[in-house]
Design a protein around this ligand. Structure first.
Ligand code: HEC
Length: 122
């Protein structure tokens, strides 16, 4: 009897820990401010990527590689939140995509990654 209770308690604790992990993850991917994402994009990204993410910003034709049209061509470097965030953070410097890790805060990185994925992406 006693050990059965212990087992139930252990399972409950494990489930609780698991659900905490999950909600942290959801916080990272879903808690973001869409207006902030849009504002960061307008200041730091639009000049190359264009207002709608189609790669037609005025500087988009001057980079080593033309930025892709997110809606029509998708994301070559990965389309989930983590991949997009990593691309933005580290850049693809040799092709003309700057690294933003020393320019944007973690919160701004989250917001602009979600904005690109949810609003401008496929
Ligand atoms: C100086 C021009 C320039 C600026 C500014 C710029 N980018 Fe880029 N970006 C590029 C180019 C060029 C590519 C394409 C690189 C390639 O295809 O190898 C690219 C690629 C990307 C990709 C990868 C797309 C894919 O196909 O996977 C993402 C995501 C991205 N940029 C997001 C951003 C965000 C967010 C900002 C602003 C915080 C930003 N970029 C600012 C030029 C720029």
């Amino acid at each position: 009897m006693n050990s059965r209770y212990k087992r139930v308690a252990a399972v409950t604790i494990a489930l609780f820990a698991f659900s905490c992990d999950k909600s942290d993850d959801q916080k990272a991917t879903h808690a973001y401010d869409a207006n902030k994402g849009k504002a960061v994009y307008a200041v730091h990204c639009q000049s190359c990527h264009g207002e709608a993410g189609s790669g037609d910003g005025f500087m988009g034709s001057k980079t080593a590689t033309k930025p892709r049209n997110y809606k029509e061509e998708g994301f070559y470097y990965g389309s989930d939140f983590a991949a997009i965030r990593k691309t933005i953070k580290k850049g693809i410097v040799q092709n003309g995509m700057p690294a933003f890790d020393s320019i944007l805060s973690e919160e701004e990185l989250n917001a602009v990654s979600m904005y690109i994925r949810n609003t401008l992406g496929l």
